[in-house]
Design a protein around this ligand. Structure first.
Ligand code: PGA
Length: 263
């Protein structure tokens, strides 16, 4: 495959953390710390109630806002759900299929596929999370699991949309454990994902899709992932709650983008 430049993305998934004040402060700190790192797209993904306020706080910065999930339904009598169209005025990204949603809230591949369709229909970009559990990895089933989870794309994404997808490879055993994958293992899976997209949607889509690594990424270990050919950024949990750590990861992405340009 020829190598086309993809803009790296570093997205901070705040999960169910931060008070209102903490959220505003963190966003302001990150906005300040990321000034000048223009090669990297930065997305902050706070809990639902802070989305509107963050979109306002970040309005004059280059940082965009995302959501951690959305409803699989378009609208209607679905108490407690948040619809994609409600997020669209404020969010560029929506995470879908995060392992915590899959394991704790019963999000199946079918639900993931339905959410993907909703997100795309409202012109936001899904960050589709895929990744194997430890026992699946130990049984040598990693690529099989990833391939099964990617079927959600085949079910919901048409060829004109495939190029703007973001897929995050997040091995479940690496999330929140302080035990990241090795960069070369992550690259191996990222390559597999890119080839899968290219096979189904064509070379252009394969080259356009951005593939992130997620799972215990820190400012110290980020650079090794970003220097890999098929890894275009990171989905960051714990380290996104500290402005200095998170900006360190964005800096590493900026440096890797420069290095890749020179190749
Ligand atoms: P972590 O979480 O960086 O805390 O491992 C990553 C994620 O869940 O997206």
């Amino acid at each position: 495959m020829t190598n086309r430049m993809r803009r790296p993305l570093v997205a901070g998934n705040w999960k169910m953390h931060t008070t209102y004040e903490e959220a505003i402060q963190l966003a302001q700190g990150i906005a300040k710390g990321c000034i000048g790192l223009a090669d990297v797209e930065v997305a902050l993904i706070p809990p639902f109630p802070w989305i509107v306020a963050l979109a306002e706080v970040l309005h004059d910065s280059a940082i965009v806002v995302g959501a951690q999930t959305c409803s699989m339904y378009e609208r209607g009598a679905y108490t407690g759900e948040v619809a994609a169209f409600m997020l669209a005025p404020f969010c560029r990204y929506v995470i879908v299929g995060h392992s915590e949603r899959r394991s704790l809230f019963g999000e199946t591949d079918e639900v993931v596929a339905a959410k993907l369709a909703r997100i795309l229909a409202h012109d936001m970009t899904p960050i589709l999370c895929v990744g194997e559990r430890l026992e699946e990895r130990e049984a040598g089933e990693t690529l099989g699991v990833i391939e099964r989870q990617l079927q959600a794309i085949a079910a919901s994404v048409d060829p004109s949309q495939a190029e703007r997808l973001v897929v995050a490879y997040e091995p479940v055993w690496a999330i929140g454990t302080g035990r990241p994958a090795t960069a070369s293992d992550a690259q191996h899976v990222a390559r597999f994902i890119r080839e899968w997209v290219a096979e189904r949607y064509g070379e252009r889509a394969g080259q356009g899709v951005r593939i992130l690594y997620g799972g215990s990424v820190t400012a110290e270990n980020a650079s090794a992932f970003f220097l890999e050919r098929d890894i275009d950024g990171a989905l960051v949990g714990g380290a996104s709650l500290d402005a200095a750590q998170f900006c360190g990861i964005v800096e590493a992405a900026q440096a890797a983008a420069q290095a890749k340009k020179e190749v």
